[in-house]
Design a protein. Structure first.
Length: 463
């Protein structure tokens, strides 16, 4: 059996590609129009409808709910948020601590709602284990652990080589850090369950309905225009497809592979009985999970960016990227060397120019948006949705400021990305530098971060 390449993702191969809901039949009106049927849009519809049941909410989705990153991600429900360190510099340490605490709580909130709404998404709260397997990675891991403690994660644990191996036997691992604020899940089961839940609450979802332009109180599609006091842009990595948004968020490409179900003999050598989500401290990092049916799903950066902010064709992935991800898998877990790779796929995630996730409501126009999660969106989308709910209720006079509306990522403004070809050259140059630094660190006994990676961080604004 050969590897299935594309077909959106393994998660859809496992669940089956849905039949799209009916497109927008013509011009329509709503109280709130949400553009994008991924996690951000569906969570926002859910919380708004729960708060104010009589609201007329319409969701417009170009393909079908979960076609984008929400149906292709690594299934990491965890407490990371893009931009926290920058928010600490802009708004003070305590403001960033509040943001981190909100993210910690968000993991539990997603688990709670899934249980309450009977959404079976293969959720397992095993936490997040991030490993180091070079001296440079170990130094970064210890610094990372100390920083997380400083931002309020008192329950985070630092482990040595032996303790790490007892959890997951990653070849060459010299240390790890673990947080309980994380869970593994099946991305498509979650997005399908959310879509069904919001429909049952009375939200209207139109699929196969691409929005071409967003204006105050108007969302334009080929089939008609939806008019609403609030138009919320929840399009993440596909934002560049909208008129005037080409340079707002860069659609960063990420790729994944999924093995066949692995036999007990392989798991006996690997361990991973806690089913933690697994990451590393490389500059071009990997992320992985042990699925409910005992596969390893592992991802990382392949071709990081397509010229002109282009997006992929149903997740198809370059053969060289598949081989590179397989090499990572086998290097970490040599006993998987004979395992078949059943599926490979890719997707895009939204990256702001300053690498900071944001949630915004422009009260003068009624336009709102959330995104720029830089790969940490499975949980962050939920916090963004609850924040958009509170911002709209505040704007409409139903409530005042809340703990969420005063978090430092609210209404943060980001400059646009550079025009082409500078955008393409910059991103590809940055990841070439990171891969070079990772290769050099693999063979270096030095504990310091490679100078090439430091230079790439400064030039990109990533740190």
């Amino acid at each position: 059996m050969s590897t299935v390449n594309g077909g959106i993702s393994f998660w859809y191969a496992d669940q089956g590609t849905p039949i799209p809901r009916e497109p927008l039949p013509g011009d329509a009106t709503a109280d709130i129009c949400i553009v994008g049927g991924g996690y951000t849009g569906l969570w926002t519809a859910y919380y708004l409808k729960k708060a104010v049941p009589f609201l007329n909410i319409t969701v417009l989705e170009a393909k079908f709910c979960g076609y984008g990153a929400s149906g292709r991600n690594g299934g990491w429900l965890y407490n990371g948020i893009a931009g926290r360190d920058r928010y600490a510099k802009l708004h003070g340490h305590e403001a960033a601590v509040r943001l981190q605490q909100a993210m910690n709580d968000t993991v539990d909130e997603v688990v709670r709602v899934a249980a309450e709404e009977n959404i079976d998404a293969d959720i397992h709260q095993g936490g997040v284990l991030e490993v180091a397997y070079t001296p440079a990675q170990l130094a970064r891991l210890k610094d990372f652990h100390s920083v997380e403690i400083a931002f309020g994660e008192k329950d985070r644990v630092l482990r040595g080589a032996r303790e790490t191996g007892e959890r997951i036997n990653v070849t060459g691992a010299v240390g790890s850090t673990w947080t309980p604020h994380g869970a593994r899940l099946h991305p498509v089961k979650l997005v399908k369950g959310l879509a069904a839940t919001v429909e049952a609450l009375g939200v209207t979802i139109h699929e196969s309905t691409p929005v071409t332009e967003i204006k105050p109180k108007h969302a334009h599609t080929p089939y008609g225009t939806v008019r609403a006091p609030y138009i919320l842009r929840c399009t993440e990595g596909f934002t560049a497809n909208l008129k005037g948004q080409r340079r707002t968020w860069l659609p960063m490409n990420s790729s994944m592979i999924a093995t066949e179900p692995l036999p007990r003999s392989v798991w006996d050598t690997i361990g991973w009985d806690g089913r933690e989500t697994l990451g590393d401290m490389a500059h071009a990092y990997m992320y992985a999970q042990r699925t409910a049916d005992d596969r390893i799903a592992l991802g990382g950066r392949g071709v990081p960016y397509r010229y002109g902010s282009g997006t992929d064709n149903d997740g198809r992935t370059q053969p060289a990227t598949i081989e590179a991800l397989r090499d990572i898998l086998v290097r970490l877990f040599p006993t998987t060397g004979a395992a078949r790779i059943d599926h490979a796929w890719s997707g895009v995630l939204g990256v702001p120019r300053d690498w900071c996730a944001t949630v915004t409501l422009d009260r003068s126009t009624g336009l709102g948006w959330a995104g720029g999660y830089v790969g940490s969106g499975v949980a962050t989308t939920n916090l963004a949705a609850r924040t958009l709910r509170d911002l709209i209720q505040q704007d409409s006079g139903q409530s005042g400021p809340t703990d969420l509306t005063t978090l430092p990522w609210v209404n943060h403004r980001v400059r646009r990305w550079e025009p082409e070809p500078f955008r393409w050259l910059g991103v590809h140059g940055m990841y070439a530098a990171y891969r070079t630094a990772d290769r050099r660190e693999l063979t270096s006994p030095r504990p310091g971060t490679d100078p090439i990676a430091k230079a790439a961080n400064r030039l990109s604004g990533r740190h």
